[in-house]
Design a protein around this ligand. Structure first.
Ligand SMILES: Nc1ncnc2c1ncn2[C@@H]1O[C@H](COP(=O)(O)OP(=O)(O)OP(=O)(O)O)[C@@H](O)[C@H]1O
Length: 309
């Protein structure tokens, strides 16, 4: 990627709905061919941001470029080069797979429509089902059809809004293999997800909450920047100790993961003091690398504390 301008380079994007400041001073730079995961709790502003980036929603303020077009003034040009997969399946349930794709080909005014549709069917393994009505497809196949529709016009940027929500693990894996194949061809992908394993499959991630970006970088960078120290406890009843440990000074986050308790903090001495009374049989404590989920829980806890203060 020598000298190519970033696919997304925006700053200070804001969007309010009445009294609600849904997106605050959002900025992000994503280089071409990268997969950037977009994470954050429900209502964080992810969908609103994706809609602003693809030209469907006008920001109240902000500046920058998407695919080198001005994000405020060149929405029509951006729309033509972007593929957007909405959170809810939005194709025609009473049309077949092939008919849906043919319809999309007409919307995009593509030449060689039949060949384009055939190529998309082949690429996503949909050929055998081409005559099946979209409404009768299972979740995984619906998502594959939606991806075929979003990529039919060979966009340079793909914006995917929770594309695998409710899809089984095997179908999710196939879907992600395709996302990586598209990125290898130079397509830039911004994908919102609530799944931690998917966050780890991204080249980089952005974590947002209450409309603000709280963390940015590769998964490793986000974990390192958190400064979090995590100790795990195993043993009978360990998983039930989360509420009382959470209340102790020095503990930023305590949560049970199966039978294991994860306890995190940023001050080693305070954390050790907090767990000292619990360092006895039958509990066994071990230091562990914090997971992305540990970091995200801590980021939200910090934000809630700041907002309550
Ligand atoms: N058109 C709208 N009118 C009014 N409020 C809206 C509108 N669109 C979004 N919101 C509000 O803006 C906030 C951010 O919503 P958004 O859908 O962007 O969040 P999200 O991060 O995508 O959430 P989720 O993970 O649940 O999809 C929410 O409080 C939502 O209710």
């Amino acid at each position: 990627m020598t000298g190519a301008p970033p696919a997304i380079d925006v700053r200070g994007l804001n969007k309010s709905f009445g009294q609600l400041h849904a997106v605050r001073d959002f900025g992000i730079t994503v280089q071409r061919g990268r997969i950037c995961g977009f994470l954050g709790p429900n209502g964080a502003g992810k969908t609103t941001t994706l809609r602003m980036l693809c030209g469907l929603l006008t920001p109240d303020s902000g500046e920058g470029q998407v695919l080198s077009f001005d994000v405020l003034r060149e929405a029509r040009k951006i729309k033509r080069r972007v593929g957007y997969m909405t959170q809810k399946f939005s194709l025609y349930e009473d049309l077949s797979i092939a008919e849906n794709l043919m319809f999309m080909a007409r919307v995009h005014e593509l030449p060689d429509r039949r060949a384009r549709v055939d190529a998309a069917l082949a690429r996503l393994g949909l050929e055998a089902r081409r005559r099946q009505l979209a409404g009768t497809l299972s979740g995984g196949w619906k998502q594959r059809l939606a991806l075929a529709a979003a990529t039919l016009h060979s966009p340079d940027l793909l914006l995917l809004d929770e594309p695998t929500a409710g899809v089984d693990p095997e179908a999710r894996r196939t879907f992600w293999d395709e996302i990586h194949a598209l990125a290898a061809e130079g397509v830039t992908v911004l994908v919102s997800t609530h799944y931690m394993d998917e966050a780890e499959r991204c080249h980089e991630i952005a974590y947002i909450a209450h409309g603000q970006t709280l963390a940015r970088g590769t998964a490793e960078e986000v974990i390192a920047a958190s400064g979090l120290i995590t100790l795990n406890a195993e043993g009978p009843g360990a998983d039930r100790l989360a509420p009382e440990l959470r209340a102790r000074p020095g503990v930023d986050m305590a949560a049970a993961f199966g039978a294991t308790l994860h306890v995190s903090g940023r001050d080693r001495r305070a954390l050790d003091a907090a767990i000292a009374p619990y360092r006895k049989a039958p509990l066994v404590w071990r230091e562990a690398a914090p997971t992305l989920e540990d970091v995200f829980i801590q980021l939200i806890a910090d934000l809630n504390r700041r907002e309550a203060a």
